[in-house]
Design a protein around this ligand. Structure first.
Ligand code: ADP
Length: 192
């Protein structure tokens, strides 16, 4: 199996690139953000719980997020060539849980692709996306800034977990969607 993690701050282009990579490498794209939004739309108890955090730009508690992710992996057991994780793991406990879940399935993370984008560019991009995304968390400046702060405080160091295992490739996330996609494909193909 090929299991990839797309890593980077909110608005760094993970979702856009994950969709393309999933198609190129026949992987199942799992975005925890998309999963939460789908639960929210269906007004499930999980969605209602997640909303409290998403609306503030905070992380949903680990046990909720890990449980949801674990169910998703089970649903697709044996059906796909691998996964591409987008927006997960975002904390050290999530990274450790993912290691265990994949190990139980006899597989592991192949590669972590980290997109680097500066804060000001992030805020601009998310506000632009907010005009059409219908996401309340994309419209408010202070929520967007908080999401970036949460990324720095809680998520950025998750990269060290994978650096220790020598699985990280850092790429410039500023440029055209096509150029970045190309750079990602080259990086994955080289590592294979
Ligand atoms: P972005 O990366 O643009 O911030 P996402 O769609 O990945 O957007 O996430 C939106 C929100 O969903 C996050 O701000 C957070 O509240 C919640 N969320 C998504 N993934 C996780 C996760 N792995 N752990 C905790 N909360 C998460």
């Amino acid at each position: 199996m090929t299991n990839l993690i797309l890593f980077g701050p909110p608005g760094s282009g993970k979702g856009t690139q994950a969709v393309k990579l999933a198609e190129s490498f026949h992987l199942l794209h799992i975005s925890t953000g998309d999963l939460f939004r789908s639960e929210l739309k269906n007004e499930t108890p999980l969605g209602m719980e997640a909303k409290k955090y998403i609306d503030k730009g905070e992380l949903v508690p680990d046990e909720v997020t890990i449980g949801m992710l674990s169910n998703k992996l089970d649903e697709h057991e044996g059906k796909v060539d691998g996964f591409i994780f987008d927006g997960f793991p975002r904390t050290q406990p999530q990274a450790e849980a993912l290691d265990k879940l994949l190990e139980l399935k006899g597989t592991t993370i192949s590669l972590v692709l980290a997109l680097e984008v500066p804060e000001d560019e992030i805020v601009q991009r998310i506000k632009e996306r907010g005009k059409t995304s219908g996401r309340a968390d994309d419209l408010d400046d202070s929520i967007i800034r908080n999401r970036f702060q949460v990324y720095l405080k809680e998520t950025a160091q998750v990269l060290d977990h994978y650096k220790k295992a020598d699985k990280v490739i850092v790429l410039n996330g500023v440029g055209s969607i096509e150029d970045i996609s190309q750079a990602l494909v080259v990086a994955i193909s080289k590592a294979k």
